[in-house]
Design a protein around this ligand. Structure first.
Ligand code: ADP
Length: 284
């Protein structure tokens, strides 16, 4: 399973005064099992790119291969693509509509023409995968839940399609710190325990530093960096030039280093900083 994007260009409202080149000749490859973060300032093309990966938007030019199958070809079946690539939109809980959680999660699988037994099993599995107890929650209304739990139900609805690749657009946006950490933990679990390829669109450099193995940085419809978090967060100047920042703790570490503290170049999370500082304190 891999995603291969080759010279993808997307132009909104072409040949009109509002024409906008949202993606400009983008190429990239993502392999099975990767955990990729996609970052970039608002308007840099992230949403446009991810909507191509499950066939929601059509390329103006270029090709996209999912599992060696060209999905930009005429006649490519969208249901086949969506079985493989699941997309969780921003604030997905706004799209919950059924009277019970189980029915809501069953909506996608029901459209795949599966039998009732298989649908129920998928709902149960999806709920377990996002950390919701099936028996406790299945008959509850999604509207009785907290913000973080509602979002889990919405994610479970996509997970129930059992995609190999899960794309999440700002999955922690608008949640309190506890809700953010819980959702992030669940996403890490989907990757580590269930082997899903994850593409995480995020504005939070802290989240990205915590979980991603690879970071793709977009600006003006192009990919400007595609590296490990360590190599991307070294590029403070480049990131700041395109309206991004590095994790806050990186600035603190930089300041401490300038004051003579012996700290490494690979500290991007609070827990890494804590460990490194405690080591120095113990040594002294
Ligand atoms: P991001 O997700 O990084 O914020 P988008 O992919 O939403 O970026 O947008 C890329 C560019 O395309 C922006 O300039 C945006 O204004 C424009 N754009 C996005 N959606 C549309 C649309 N439906 N019609 C016209 N222009 C759009």
């Amino acid at each position: 399973m891999s995603i291969k994007v080759s010279n993808l260009t997307h132009i909104y409202m072409p040949k009109s005064p509002f024409e906008k080149i949202a993606l400009n000749n983008v190429s990239l490859e993502i392999n099975q099992g990767e955990f990729v973060a996609l970052i970039g300032h608002t308007g840099s093309g992230k949403s446009t790119l991810i909507q191509h990966l499950n066939g929601l938007l059509q390329a103006t030019s270029g090709e996209i291969f999912i599992d060696d199958k060209n999905i930009t070809e005429k006649g490519a079946k969208l249901t086949d693509i969506r079985k493989k690539v699941g997309l969780v939109f921003q604030y997905p809980e706004y799209q919950l509509f059924e009277e019970t959680i189980a029915k809501d999660i069953a909506f996608g699988p029901s459209n795949l023409g599966l039998n009732q037994e298989e649908i129920s099993q998928r709902v149960r599995r999806a709920m377990e995968m996002v950390g919701l107890d099936y028996d406790k929650y299945k008959e509850k209304s999604p509207f009785e839940l907290s913000g973080g739990q509602k979002r889990r139900v919405a994610i479970a609805g996509v997970v129930a399609m059992e995609p190999k690749v899960l794309i999440l657009d700002e999955p922690t946006a608008g949640l309190d710190p506890k809700g953010r950490d819980e959702i992030l933990e669940q996403i890490v679990k989907l990757h580590d325990e269930y082997g899903m390829t994850i593409i995480l669109v995020s504005h939070s450099m802290e989240d990205v530093a915590k979980v991603a193995e690879r970071v793709i940085v977009m600006n003006g419809g192009e990919i400007i960096l595609d590296e490990s978090p360590k190599n991307v967060f070294k590029e403070i100047g480049t990131l700041e030039n395109v309206g991004l920042a590095v994790p806050q703790v990186t600035y603190l570490v930089k300041e401490l280093k300038s004051k003579g503290f012996e700290l490494g170049d690979d500290i991007f999370t609070i827990s890494q900083a804590k460990e490194a500082l405690l080591k120095i304190l113990k040594r002294d």
